[in-house]
Ligand binder design. Structure first.
Ligand code: NAD
Length: 439
């Protein structure tokens, strides 16, 4: 099912031409969804028609075939993508995901997302994303390694510390980054640590990278509470997803004095009115992998967690969980978007109407790419920072970016998402204007 968003009802934007007036939005068209938000920001900024066209077009879209020998001897050919959306501000930056649901449309949307995210936090990167259509659970470790190395080899002229720097994403991790770094380094005949971020610490990864996204969520939430005049101590939080972002976010929020009353993962949701003991939940998942069976609270419906009566909701699992069906039932005063795209474009106006303060993903979860940037800087300088330095610099960037977005939001009477897009698009557009058009 799809809705029609009639852009003609928005603020006038005579300077922007050539756009669909009646764009059809559908939850399975991530690029359209993303671009509806870009369009809105472009219109409010009065972006000129030429730049509008330039910023709507991905710079480079690459499709590669990845043939490998399976362990049993037969040959299988996988498909991989890499999209460099915009590199005007610096080398492209963005993760690689291994998943059966990877499509070019999704990779394009995620690459655009990375462009805006890097611009919101003002780090000198453009945006990219990559993916391989595969089911990692059906592959052995050696098959995964062969896919990774062949994918890297296919992109050898694209990736590089000065051009395009991959990172982990869904179903890829430090080990996959180590294989990419090794393959690239073998081709270059020297060790090139800065070609990927999210590497193991032993080979040039940054201290604090693993916790960076959850830490950024906690800092952004603290800023939002302060802005709304709400206390940090005792603030009731519900967290969806107990992986890298959700578990660290929950842990740091509870260490700040907030009360995390519900957590969930793919297996279960747990509710405890007095506050879930996050240290115990972390210990449980380390041992049992999933939350299912965790004795520190009562089980509850996974979807019911989203509509709990809390102060802060941290969706940190998958996309589209807050949508036209449940947005009206959200009771949280603040949504901190730890996940990428947890809220659909259809849900935005419903949340606005209810007065929910949404910290948009391109700001809320930018802690990860910020410390990836620190990792790249440390690799290039061959000088490594202690964790306190990493955390202190991260906190400063998230706090400043939050305030930049808040200022725009107040000045233009728009929500935080639109303000974040306006800030990002304006920064990317400014560089295009300065650089001019190469022809
Ligand atoms: P992860 O794989 O470590 O964790 C995901 C968690 O979500 C798991 O606990 C999983 O069980 C849970 N989950 C999946 N479906 C669920 C459902 N329907 N209900 C409840 N829980 C569910 O992934 P992650 O790295 O924590 O990433 C989570 C989100 O944050 C993704 O959208 C990702 O793109 C985004 N993100 C991650 C980073 C990062 O640095 N890891 C940075 C920016 C954005």
């Amino acid at each position: 099912m799809s809705d029609i968003i009639n852009t003609s009802s928005r603020a006038s934007g005579q300077s922007v031409i050539g756009r669909d007036k009646d764009r059809v939005l559908s939850d399975d068209k991530p690029f359209e969804d993303m671009m509806a938000r870009f369009d809105h920001a472009a219109e409010l900024l009065g972006l000129d028609a030429g730049l509008y066209k330039v910023l709507r077009a991905p710079e480079k879209q690459i499709i590669v075939s990845i043939p490998i020998n399976r362990d049993k001897g037969d040959v299988e050919v996988f498909t991989g993508y890499r999209v460099l959306y915009n590199t005007s501000r610096g080398p492209a930056k963005g993760g690689i995901r291994f998943d059966m649901r990877v499509t070019l449309d999704e990779v394009k949307a995620l690459a655009a997302w990375m462009t805006w995210k890097c611009a919101v936090v003002n780090i000198p990167f453009g945006g990219a994303k990559g993916g391989v259509v595969c089911d990692p659970t059906a592959l052995s470790l050696t098959e995964l390694e062969r896919i990774t190395r062949r994918y890297t080899a296919a992109l050898i002229d694209v990736i590089g510390p000065e051009s395009d720097i991959p990172a982990p994403d869904v179903n890829t991790n430090e080990r996959v980054m180590a294989w990419i770094m090794d393959t690239y380094s073998m081709h270059m005949r020297r060790s090139v640590t800065a070609v990927v971020t999210g590497k193991p610490i032993e080979m040039g990864g940054s201290l604090g990278r693993r916790e960076a996204t959850g830490r950024g969520c906690m800092i952004a939430t603290r800023e939002a509470l302060q802005h709304l005049g709400m206390p940090v101590k005792g603030t009731r939080v519900a967290v969806q997803g107990f992986g890298n972002v959700g578990s660290v976010g929950a842990d740091l929020m509870s260490k700040e004095g907030m009360t995390v009353i519900a957590i969930s993962d793919n297996s279960a949701a747990i509710y405890n009115k007095k506050g879930v003991d996050i240290t115990a939940a972390l210990a449980w998942t380390r041992e049992h992998r999933y939350l299912k069976g965790f004795p520190g609270g009562e089980p509850m419906g996974k979807n019911d967690l989203l509509t709990l009566d809390v102060d802060v909701l941290l969706p940190a699992a998958v996309e589209n969980v807050i949508n036209r069906n449940n947005a009206k039932d959200i009771k949280a005063k603040i949504i901190c978007e730890g996940a990428n795209g947890p809220t659909t474009a259809h849900a935005d106006p419903i949340l606005d109407e209810k007065g929910v303060f949404v910290i948009p993903d391109i700001l809320a979860n930018a802690g990860g790419v910020t410390v990836s940037y620190f990792e790249w800087v440390q690799n290039r300088g061959a000088y490594y920072w202690d964790e306190a330095t990493v955390n202190e610099r991260l906190a400063r960037i998230i706090r400043n970016s939050f305030q930049d977005v808040l200022t725009l939001s107040t000045r233009h009477s728009v929500n935080m998402r639109t303000a974040a897009y306006m800030l990002a698009v304006d920064r990317v557009a400014a560089v295009h204007r300065l650089r001019g058009m190469y022809a």
